[in-house]
Design a protein around this ligand. Structure first.
Ligand SMILES: *Cc1c(COP(=O)(O)O)cnc(C)c1O
Length: 362
């Protein structure tokens, strides 16, 4: 069986190093807000050419807190892609703000800048974009819109660790880049973790305060905060995994290139990566009108796949009240036809060639 993803196999090459880190943290006698977190924050900021990094408990908190520090007026609108994972939308709702869904470009899966501009109203205060599947959004088109309308920009980078455009890293374009280190992400912890990048010292201080009960000095609380800390154990694991992130991303890109080259054109493949672009292939997806039959056929041939995602946000039960009657045909088309293929750090080229060979007989 070629599984879609096997996290044990992904982490196996690092077992020794992770074990050592585990022992070091136990022996330190210090488990929250300590040296490992400080080190990870420095390392991750440097790795991304960002001035500051603050660790938080998970990706949803990173997104939620990024908006929270601006204290926007209730009812303000935040533009977000209609085909994102629900977390991006929940982060907006958690702050009493209104998510305004904007359709993606079906060729890139990322938010369509032309439609972004059409959706702006006097109430629009922020853009919350998502570098989906590991490909950067069209920043050359989005940055002028941010400037023209004086909007905040928060980048959901949960799938884009190491993605870049013209050498500029995802997560360094806006006020904040929000990351998740959920175990399946390109940079995955062994539990929950997240972080925010920013180049603004003031904003970074605000995030550091709010993630720790609104406190800069123990037992003195200046603002209403939350408990969203990245613990020492996960920070220690992340320090190890970060050292290998370049090779993890390179392996995924190598496998993606095989799909790109050898899969027959019946499958709608992602666009070829441009020369000035780094795509980190968190997910390698294709689209096909007979997606369900294809998925079943692959499973019969012992090949596991996933669907990212089966139900678009506006059709989720939890969000039904918010989007009743609204239609997002591009998101619906993607959700009905997309299929994610095995493309993890642990997969071999032979396995991917086997997937291609089986798919090309479909
Ligand atoms: C994984 C993910 C998140 C949420 O991250 P968690 O750490 O699970 O909270 C947010 N946005 C996107 C696009 C994701 O893929």
């Amino acid at each position: 069986m070629i599984k879609y993803e096997d996290l044990l196999k992904v982490n196996e090459p690092f077992t020794q190093e992770l074990g050592n880190a585990f022992n070091d943290v136990i022996a330190s006698g210090w488990y929250i807000m300590g040296k490992q977190l400080e080190l990870f924050e420095q390392n991750f900021a440097a790795w991304n050419n960002a001035a500051y990094c603050t660790g938080v408990a998970n990706g949803l908190d990173a997104l939620t807190l990024a908006l929270k520090v601006f204290d926007l007026e209730a009812g303000s609108e935040v533009i977000v892609p209609s085909n994102t994972y629900i977390a991006t939308i929940l982060a907006i709702m958690n702050n009493g703000l209104v998510p305004v869904l904007v359709e993606p470009d079906i060729n890139t899966y990322n938010i369509d800048p032309v439609r972004v501009e059409q959706a702006i109203t006097p109430k629009t205060k922020a853009l919350m974009i998502v570098h989906l599947y590991g490909k950067c959004c069209d920043m050359d088109a989005l940055m002028p819109i941010k400037t023209k309308y004086n909007l905040l920009l928060i980048e959901d980078c949960a799938q884009a660790h190491g993605a870049s455009l013209k050498g500029k890293m995802a997560g360094t374009y806006g006020e904040f880049g929000a990351f998740s280190f959920y175990p399946t992400k390109n940079l995955g912890a062994l539990g929950d973790a997240g972080a925010l990048l920013t180049n603004d010292e003031q904003l970074n201080s605000s995030i550091r305060r709010v993630r720790n009960y609104g406190s800069d000095t123990k037992y003195y609380n200046d603002v209403v905060g939350v408990n969203s800390r990245l613990d020492e154990m996960q920070a220690a694991f992340l320090n190890i995994k970060l050292k290998h992130l370049h090779s993890i991303n390179a392996k995924k890109a190598e496998l993606a290139a095989l799909y790109h080259q050898y899969l027959k054109d019946d499958f709608i493949k992602p666009l070829a990566t441009a020369q000035n672009e780094v795509h980190v292939y968190h997910i390698y997806n294709i689209r096909h009108p007979k997606r369900e039959a294809l998925k079943a056929y692959l499973l019969k041939h012992e090949i596991g796949t996933e669907i990212h995602y089966p139900v678009p946000p506006h059709q989720q039960k939890a969000l039904a009240d918010l989007f009743t009657g609204q239609q997002y045909p591009i998101a619906e088309e993607i959700h009905a036809t997309t299929l994610s293929l095995p493309c993890s750090y642990a997969h071999t080229k032979d396995e991917v060639m086997r997937v291609i060979e089986v798919m090309n007989r479909f």
